[in-house]
Ligand binder design. Structure first.
Ligand SMILES: [Zn+2]
Length: 446
């Protein structure tokens, strides 16, 4: 192992999350010679499947990844929760409430607006995240676009939250996004504002990179209102979101030095796979209109190529001493109904460990999403918590390092301090309050 220079520029650990990156698609494209940067990382490191969990829901899994805990402990059980008065009622609780006879009451309250749905945010995570644990131990941490990183919390380093480019969010959930705490420090927003690409700024060439369309089709893609997982409306959002992140990540890597952990998350592969795997060569079951296949058939493979190019660009800014971890929360399969997805069948994700303290050329087996938090703690020189579910992936870390650094542990890193939600709803309804109280389901913590 080469010792890090005291004035090290590149991050010690670069943790790259790529939602929905699928082992079989990645392998197929590597076989075809299409992904040079992924190929070289795998050749120089270790690679394998990453076992995931149910529900195979990205909001839940990525939070498990950075806490080492299940949804019961970290509190993120879905994409959305319900706000009633100034309380957050999680989906699990709401389901129980409905089952126990509260269905009509709840439906009435949703209709009259006294219960509102709200997308989950960072203030609802109940336990400490990897970013907070490292930061509190004096490590310098950079976080970009991680799930529930909004509202950006103060850490030793910087946070560019997952709401930095909120055009899709706003179309999806309606209303204005609160302007606060998009980054930490908040002054960082001014620095990176010019790097934010809006969906209406996506140009013709950017579209044609992923789809073969022109004329009215192109115009439709440009103007289509938000429809969940529909290629025509989603593509402009994916391109603008991931292009924004590419620029911000490159800027951060070339301007911020001495990071112990640099964490970056891309969502595009997951959404493009939901939208367009049906038109691709991986669809061998369902019938597809030949014209649609011609137009959209390359969308998924070209998105993988795009991610490979982004990866190559970012790797220029990291060093030999950087331990790179690439992980996906799940892969994709064509499920029994012919649709591509991951919710029913829990397909494994990908794990690549390359450079820095990792071994070369070893096939990864038996790794799960819960192993990432303990492994990152260990590589950062911190004790592993015994209340985390996973293990340190020592088999893939160089023996010198393992011999010199025995694994230490603490019982737990504990809960987070209570975070104040940004905009509590003021409406009151005593009936539901009493029912929830009686059932013991009032969630007091957020
Ligand atoms: Zn998905």
């Amino acid at each position: 192992m080469t010792p890090s220079l005291p004035d090290q520029k590149a991050p010690k650990i670069f943790f790259l999350g790529i939602d929905g990156l699928s082992p079989h698609i990645l392998n197929d494209l590597i076989q075809k010679g299409g992904l040079p940067h992924f190929t070289s990382l795998i050749e120089n490191g270790c690679c394998g499947e990453l076992e995931t969990m149910r529900p195979t829901n990205s909001a839940v899994i990525w939070t498990s990844i950075i806490t080492g805990k299940g949804k019961e402990e970290h509190g993120i059980d879905s994409f959305i929760a319900y706000r009633w008065q100034n309380r957050v009622i999680r989906k699990t609780t709401m389901k129980k409430l409905m089952k126990l006879g509260g269905r009509q009451l709840v439906q009435r309250m949703i209709r009259n607006g006294s219960i509102k749905t709200l997308p989950l945010s960072g203030d609802m995570i109940k336990v400490k995240t990897l970013f907070e644990i490292l930061s509190e131990a004096g490590r310098k941490v950079g976080v970009i676009n991680w799930w529930h990183s909004w509202p950006a919390e103060a850490i030793n380093g910087f946070v560019i939250s997952d709401r930095i480019n909120y055009a899709r969010w706003q179309e999806k959930y309606g209303g204005e996004h609160p302007p606060e705490r998009l980054t930490y420090p908040s002054s960082l927003l001014d620095t990176i504002k010019s790097l934010i690409m809006l969906p209406q700024e996506v140009d013709v060439n950017s579209y044609r990179r992923f789809v073969d369309i022109s004329g009215t089709d192109l115009e439709e893609m440009r103007t289509a209102a938000y429809r969940h997982h529909q290629l025509k409306s989603e593509l402009k959002h994916l391109i603008s979101l991931d292009e924004t992140l590419r620029k911000i990540a490159f800027y951060s890597l070339s301007h911020v030095t001495g990071l112990d952990l640099f964490s970056l998350y891309f969502r595009g592969i997951d959404i493009i796979s939901h939208c367009a795997l049906q038109y691709s060569e991986w669809n061998r079951i369902t019938a597809v209109d030949p014209e649609e296949r011609r137009k959209y058939g390359k969308a998924v493979s070209s998105y993988y190529c795009y991610m490979d190019t982004v990866l190559g660009e970012l790797l220029k800014e990291t060093g030999h001493d950087t331990s790179l971890i690439i992980a996906s929360d799940h892969g994709f399969v064509q499920e029994k109904n012919g649709k591509f997805g991951h919710r029913r069948s829990k397909p494994p994700g990908v794990l690549i460990l390359s450079g820095g303290n990792f071994k070369k050329g070893k096939q990864i087996t038996g790794a799960t999403i819960f192993d990432l938090a303990p492994t990152i703690l260990y590589l950062s020189g911190l004790p592993v918590a015994r209340d985390m579910k996973g293990k340190v992936l020592k088999d893939y870390i160089q023996e010198d390092f393992v011999n010199q650094h025995p694994v230490t542990s603490v019982r737990s890193y504990g809960k987070r301090e209570k975070k104040t939600p940004i905009s509590p709803s003021p409406s009151v309804d005593e009936e539901i309050k009493e029912r929830l109280k009686a059932l013991g389901y009032i969630d007091e913590d957020a």
